[in-house]
Design a protein around this ligand. Structure first.
Ligand code: HXC
Length: 519
């Protein structure tokens, strides 16, 4: 072959590789409303930045007729590129080749980019659209998965790992995304489950559709497996890019600071009367979040799951932060199993990647009841406490209204190494709410009063007395548990100044192999 022919041969091979499983299968993929593996990469990365690895890899299987079927790239496209000019590594499963199923060589390709992402200290993005283990390859495929899982585990807390599910992701394959920091699912075109509908029916008799068992709605609303449900793949691409804009390249770097054009001393007058006079009335804590962060930009994680707590990324004076806020608008902002799990994982995510944590507190306590106790609220609540207490990043806590009991301690309190703890004048920091307290303290006296009206009056008086005495921020401020009581309208400025002061904070935990967080 002449040199020119060699070049032409290369060009032909590249063209062949780019066709994946062929035009017909690409067409089928498009008909399902899905992009191909390469189209996804092109849309996620900065234009023209993708450098592909291992385009010429093919499988090594000789069984079940596979010896006669070879596709260049072997069902996964891997390589690196940039997002907003910053390096990222990526792998994208190609459903047009053997249903995106994972072979030995496929796994080796994925491991190669994961290893290099770790060496370089750059995020890794995984796009999932696969029928799982390549059935013809048997145990080699299982071993391949485990190689990937092990790398996910080692990369955890070192480089950001983002998974997008844009098609099937079933069986043990679900565990790679589950080990990563962020899971995005496209609505109606993706699903995740350990066991599919057919086996579920055989084993348990339950009849259920794919969508109802593991669709994006299930995981974004019920299980919490997915952090984001994207309307379509386009939104998924945007979410990947947006998430990375808040994160450092790795755990040794600080998150990228953006230029801030939103005035840092912007007062928000409306906040002075956002808390309802009636302590039982709800309000939307997101109104507060949007009003105090830079340019009202808030990337909310788990928007539909455990809505009694709100978590997400925002910036203050350009500095990326993690925000955690109880949501009085949903279940009165109570802490329960799911909200504790949700917030604990988020706090640890922020701490791992050096994002300061800003906490807005309005929590009436932990949700009572046998369902919560049997479900292990003790262990799950302890997770959140552990996450806060272990975190060494700057922590700024603002108590807006209620902060009762154990939930008070959990939510970024001073004693869990909260660095700067402010309260609004509307804050009520106490062992419990007035109703519960009076029932305990005055139960016997109340029982003695027979007249209903007199009883109600007595209770109201006692509750008021209790509230006036204990349910204020000044008791906590008197002991220094609260650093200052601030005017709500100045909250943005006070947070920014706190974060600036804390930007050189150094804190560490005692040397240990690892902690034993109550999982
Ligand atoms: C080999 C596979 C495959 C697989 C799909 N294909 N899954 N090839 N191994 N696991 C091939 C099909 O033969 C077909 O080839 C092409 O991919 C497209 O598949 P279709 O079935 O035509 O597509 P669709 O109708 O969209 O259905 C998609 C699907 C279905 C629901 C994913 O293919 C399916 O059920 N596949 C098997 C899923 C599975 O049981 N995997 C193993 C799970 S256990 P042609 O040539 O016709 O285009 C597992 C263990 C992991 O993954 C353990 C990790 C620890």
């Amino acid at each position: 072959m002449s040199n020119q022919e060699k070049v032409r041969h290369l060009v032909r091979l590249r063209e062949q590789a780019r066709l994946g499983g062929g035009e017909e299968r690409i067409e089928t993929q498009h008909q399902k409303g899905k992009y191909t593996a390469r189209e996804r990469i092109e849309r996620i990365l900065d234009e023209g930045s993708f450098e592909e690895f291992d385009m010429f890899v093919t499988h090594r299987s000789h069984d079940f007729g596979l010896e006669n079927q070879h596709y260049l790239s072997d069902g996964v496209i891997t390589g690196h590129g940039t997002i907003d000019g910053r390096v990222v590594y990526i792998f994208s499963q190609d459903f047009t080749v053997f249903g995106g199923s994972l072979s030995e060589t496929f796994a080796q390709k994925v491991c190669k980019v994961m290893d290099q992402a770790m060496k370089v200290g750059a995020p890794i993005i995984g796009i999932n659209d696969s029928g799982g283990a390549r059935i013809q390859e048997g145990v080699k495929s299982l071993a391949g998965y485990a190689e990937i899982f092990q790398r996910n585990i080692m990369a955890s807390g070192v480089i950001p790992q983002i998974s997008a599910i844009f098609g099937p992701c079933a069986g043990g394959a679900v565990y790679s995304p589950a080990l990563t920091d962020v899971v995005i699912m496209s609505d109606k075109t993706s699903y995740m489950f350990v066991t599919g509908p057919r086996v579920t029916k055989t084993v348990t008799g339950e009849e259920i559709t794919t969508e109802d068992l593991g669709g994006a709605s299930v995981h974004a609303v019920k299980s919490g497996v997915a952090h984001f449900r994207a309307d379509d793949e386009e939104e998924g691409f945007l979410l990947i890019r947006k998430t990375l804009q808040f994160l450092p390249q790795n755990n040794l770097e600080d998150p990228p600071v953006m230029e801030c054009t939103d005035p840092i001393d912007r007062v928000v007058d409306g906040l002075n009367d956002i808390i309802p006079e009636d302590p039982h009335h709800p309000y939307d804590v997101k109104d507060i979040i949007y009003s105090i962060v830079d340019d009202s930009e808030f990337l909310e994680f788990h928007r539909h799951f455990a809505k009694n707590i709100v978590v997400g990324f925002a910036r203050f004076n350009g500095i990326p932060c993690g925000l955690v806020a109880n949501q009085p608008n949903f279940l009165a902002g109570v802490l329960d199993i799911n909200s504790s799990r949700k917030a604990a994982r988020f706090v640890r995510f922020c701490d791992a990647f050096n994002l300061p944590i800003v906490t807005l507190v309005d929590v009436p306590g932990f949700l009572p009841g046998s369902a919560q106790e049997y479900g292990g609220i003790i262990t799950h609540g302890a997770k959140l406490m552990f996450a806060y207490g272990e975190a060494t990043v700057p922590k700024v806590t603002i108590t807006l209204r209620k902060s009762y009991g154990g939930a008070h301690d959990v939510m970024g309190s001073k004693q869990l190494r909260g660095d700067i703890n402010y309260a609004w004048p509307t804050a009520e920091i106490a062992v419990m709410g007035p109703k519960g307290a009076i029932e305990v303290l005055e139960g016997k006296n109340i029982a003695k009063i027979e007249d209903r009206e007199q009883k109600a009056k007595y209770i109201a008086e006692k509750e008021k007395e209790y509230r006036d005495k204990t349910a204020t921020p000044y008791e906590a401020a008197r002991y220094g548990y609260i650093d200052d009581v601030i005017e709500p309208r100045n909250t943005r400025f006070r947070i920014i100044r706190a974060l600036k002061t804390l930007s050189t904070k150094k804190d560490k935990n005692p040397p240990k192999k690892h902690s034993n967080i109550p999982l």
